[in-house]
Design a protein around this ligand. Structure first.
Ligand code: SF4
Ligand code: SF4
Length: 351
């Protein structure tokens, strides 16, 4: 399908639509992705995906986007700020009796919310056009296409970031068969000689600039992985119970990050909560307090098994030890984490 819009008209219309839907930046690119697929193949060959088998399974779909959306010609992609107002992230990480939850996960789950917003943009832009929206929900190399659309560059921590927006943003977009003019202003990468994200990573998961071994990453261990967290990573996890932001927190470009909209405001006090308070939640309470949030995707037992590690890492307190000793779950991951954490608390008590 050909588009009759001139590039100037399109840019103006897109900017307006993006603003209406709360996106700070939006762009359009072609489906060229040979180089990015080459990087993906290297990443897969090195088994850096760990248990995320869907990354390997989805490789060929990513390579042929016509299978994702018939006759796909363009990708329209937008970046939405999510940084939540509130408690300082480093203060929570330093408060070892509190739970650190990745800042992206404190508000409403972005997947559905952003797909809805992108659908509104697509319908307004292409009243008769066919499209498929995505937000971390289709086999699309989103970061690559965001870079190609001028939304920023892929930093050494492998996330998209920009001079004007930093990296605290969600990506969402749509594939379309409309031959829209592409946006041409590609942002020059500006990591330069900085290596702050590589140095700060608690588990050395950024094994080289632009190369993330997910098997070492705390976000992967606490969100994606179902098996017990390997012992060498448990102490380094500290109090990070769902995700990790350290590589972004140190990034100098995040001084330009802006607050996300109200949808991403922390809910139910999850931005400043003690480990014991979360440990005391029943499954029903957990479900109530995570309604509409990404944390719920982990499920009660997995979330609790992450909490167990953090309780093991917390300073010795009779209350921490008693809480762990009261757990009688037969779930293998939770059981193993609890046993490890009890051991940690006992060792600290004996010192
Ligand atoms: S999210 Fe945390 S563990 Fe993963 S690469 Fe970044 S700093 Fe390292
Ligand atoms: S911390 Fe430095 S190296 Fe890492 S993404 Fe930011 S600017 Fe690039």
């Amino acid at each position: 399908m050909q588009s009759n819009l001139t590039p100037t008209d399109l840019e103006a219309q897109l900017t307006t639509l993006a603003q209406q839907q709360g996106a700070r930046r939006i762009g359009i690119c072609s489906l060229e992705q040979d180089q990015a697929l080459g990087y993906l193949d290297q990443w897969l060959e090195r088994d850096f995906f760990g248990e995320m088998e869907w990354m390997r399974r989805g490789r060929d779909l990513r390579a042929d986007l016509n299978q994702v959306h018939p006759n796909a010609r363009r990708i329209v992609i937008a970046a939405f700020d999510y940084w939540p107002e509130g408690v300082d992230a480093w203060d929570i990480i330093a408060s070892t009796d509190k739970a650190y939850i990745s800042r992206y996960a404190l508000g409403r789950d972005y997947h559905k919310t952003l797909r809805k917003r992108m659908k509104s943009i697509a319908q307004a832009l292409l009243p008769d056009g066919a499209f498929r929206v995505f937000s971390d929900s289709a086999p699309v190399l989103e970061k690559h296409f965001a870079e190609q659309s001028g939304l920023g560059w892929i930093g050494k921590h492998t996330l998209i970031l920009s001079r004007s927006q930093g990296s605290y943003c969600f990506l969402a977009g749509f594939l379309t068969d409309a031959e829209l003019p592409t946006t041409t202003a590609i942002e020059t990468p500006r990591c330069g000689s900085c290596t702050a994200c590589i140095e700060v990573c608690p588990t050395q998961a950024i094994v080289a600039p632009y190369q993330l071994d997910a098997r070492k990453c705390i976000s992967y261990h606490t969100i994606e992985m179902d098996a017990p967290i390997p012992e060498p990573y448990r102490v380094a996890m500290g109090n990070r119970v769902f995700g990790c932001d350290d590589c972004q927190l140190v990034c100098p470009w995040n001084r330009y990050a802006e607050l996300g909209d109200g949808q991403f405001t922390p809910r139910h006090g999850w931005d400043d909560v003690t480990l014991l308070e979360l440990w005391a939640l029943t499954e029903d309470e957990f479900l109530q307090r995570t309604e509409g949030m990404a944390i719920r995707r982990a499920g009660y037992v997995k979330f609790r098994s992450n909490l167990a590690i953090a309780l093991g890492n917390a300073p010795y307190q009779p209350a921490h030890l008693q809480a762990l000793q009261s757990e009688d779950s037969s779930d293998p991951r939770l059981k193993e984490h609890v046993a490890w954490a009890i051991d940690q608390q006992r060792k600290k008590c004996a010192r």
